[in-house]
Design a protein around this ligand. Sequence first.
Ligand code: NDP
Length: 247
Amino acid sequence: MNLAGKVAVVTGGSRGIGRAICIRLASMGALVYVNYVSRSSAAEETATLIQQVGGRVEIINFDVAESTAVQNSFKKIVSEAGSLDILVNNAGITRDGLMARMKEEDWDAVIDTNLKGAFLCSKAASREMMKKKWGRIVNISSVSGFAGNPGQTNYSAAKAGMIGLTKAMAREYASRNITVNSVAPGYIATEMTELLSEEVREQIKKEILLASFGKVEDVAGAVAYLVSDDGSYITGQTLHVNGGMYM
Ligand code: NDP
């Protein structure tokens, strides 16, 4: 699986699942732009890890929910790197709470980052991809978008929305040789799932056929497949990486 000569942008690539995706795509030969919003130290660590294995990397700071920042950042990437071939919409947040008590601002923050962010970045990236008549977009959804999760009405709605976005985009962009797919992770060990209590984590493990949380590399492998030549005839699909907790 060779991505030499390709330029990839991974939103929220500085830590967790995004970091593993960045490392994987760089190890396949892509020049990877690691995006983050607030924690520059994490982005620098990711860049160092990539450089240590001889990969090519740049860091780019923008908020995926800020339209102007997104447009300017993608213009900068294309002018600097001369191309943009792969976009992974991975940036995501949670603001959990039962719906009856959920603040409107928590609803808006999750929809804006997780769903509108994917729309804004895809729109910006696809301009260059359409010109080149080649592109790969992967949206990181979630099992919560399929099964629904109590305490996560905002997050489940955003992640289900990403599936509709994926399918509609796949239909719009196929004629330009741009594939658009989703990866829907189950529970993966990252800072996001560290927010869950030990009790909740043990309860969740009972629902996972493979009986443990997944690794960030499990998700990175699925993304790598979809953006590689092996995945070139796949579009509008969702690859579930969840240890069998949802099927
Ligand atoms: P983390 O919380 O570990 O990392 C989140 C990343 O997103 C960070 O790089 C963060 O940057 C970035 N980010 C957050 N908000 C923005 C923003 N507005 N603009 C740009 N970047 C932003 O998350 P995970 O690695 O656990 O999750 C990654 C993706 O996978 C998310 O979309 C999540 O919903 C999804 N997912 C995760 C699962 C899991 O079990 N962990 C399960 C299913 C789906 P910074 O550090 O600067 O804030």
